[in-house]
Design a protein around this ligand. Sequence first.
Ligand code: NAD
Length: 448
Amino acid sequence: MTTVTESRLAGLKEKIESRQALIGIVGMGYVGLPLALLFSGERFKVTGFDVEPEKVKTLNAGNSYIVRILPAEIQAAQRAGFHATADYSEIARMDAVIICVPTPLDEHQEPDLSFVTGTVESIAPWLHEGQLVVLESTTYPGTTEEIVVPLLESGNRQGLKASRALDEPGLHVAFSPEREDPGNETVARHDIPKVVGGCGPAATQLASALYGSIFRRVVPVSSPSAAEMTKLLENIYRCVNIALVNELKQLTMRMGIDIHEVIDAAKTKPFGFQAFYPGPGLGGHCIPIDPFYLSWKAKQFDFRTRFIELAGEINTAMPYFVIEQTAAGLNEQCKSIKGSKVLVLGVAYKRDIDDLRESPSLTIIELLREKGAIVAYNDPFFATVGRGRHYDLNMTNTPLDNLGQYDAVLIVTDHTSYDYPAIVAQSQLVIDTRNATKGIDSPKIVRC
Ligand SMILES: NC(=O)c1ccc[n+]([C@@H]2O[C@H](COP(=O)([O-])OP(=O)(O)OC[C@H]3O[C@@H](n4cnc5c(N)ncnc54)[C@H](O)[C@@H]3O)[C@@H](O)[C@H]2O)c1
């Protein structure tokens, strides 16, 4: 016999299949906004929630504040029923609520879950029986069960609990990590399999049905903790492997071997090797931060995550290594960093994206200034660089002309719009941290 709860579950699944389910996405940032567009593209009516009134206004005016999202895409979503709001009472109308808010580190390098807890406290009063709530923000294993569920349960007005069994009524709560690679055009977002772990079987089934409507493949796991840990494993794997090539780069430079030639040769092996590339240091909201969520949690289990700590140490030291190489390059020309004019090319944390978060360029600029250099930057994605977490630069974009005036041009982010042969031809000295000048033979280039 079908229970009331099971038939409600079937009802919500049917709403998802028929695209009648109303979807609320909290956090209209780099993750939440593209997700909203994916659902809109599949004919769902989506409401985007954000605490920043400017973002709400921009979206409702049919405009975008993320370079790779065109206003036309927002307008198409609006025609499918999308709108943005800062009014949490609209949560009550939603069938599913997906949380995509930031999870940074605090000043002690410890997890700062205040955006997650703030969001959960704001939505909890408006929740009703049978709603699905999914956390997508990257975090340590245990967050959904230990932080999100208790706040949802204590904060909602109907005294609802998280459903743990198929026939148990209540809220359906799940974790599903965002696995996007910004700027990577080779894999469409809907082709990235979606990992889902619910607090109970109903939550896993519902979240799988919801994501199954926009992603080609859903990968259910046994719990939210397993899903949370999956995301961290992926990012720690990247962080550790990048640290490995960053260390080997420093060794191969001493040995007179080109690390990029070695990586290109190694990656011809059809199994057992995945190429990672050295660079000026880690950047972005994920790789420099997420591993430390696990290190922090591990301490509760009296466990030291030594790989994470060592990788962090090596990667954090990379901007200092770039400064040493710049000093050495200038030294060859009988100059010091003090008093030299240096142009930093690229401040975004990686190629062709408009995201500054944790960018190694910011540290490099600060270090150069500390040593007395006169620093300018060029980046097609940033007209100005002001202040943010860990930096206070107050700079304006410099045009890419008269490169001969600089004692050194430092390639930190290898945007594809740059004409590297022309840059080398016009510059006195080029410090290349990204192998952007590959194939150009010039004594003016220091590759590091
Ligand atoms: N950016 C990426 O490439 C990426 C990839 C994978 C995972 N993630 C993870 O996804 C999460 C979100 O990252 P992001 O890059 O989208 O961050 P973001 O800063 O671009 O966007 C977050 C948005 O949430 C809003 N916000 C903050 N508190 C809120 C609240 N209480 N209610 C409503 N809105 C609120 C902010 O105003 C902002 O618009 C993080 O946990 C991040 O680690 C990001």
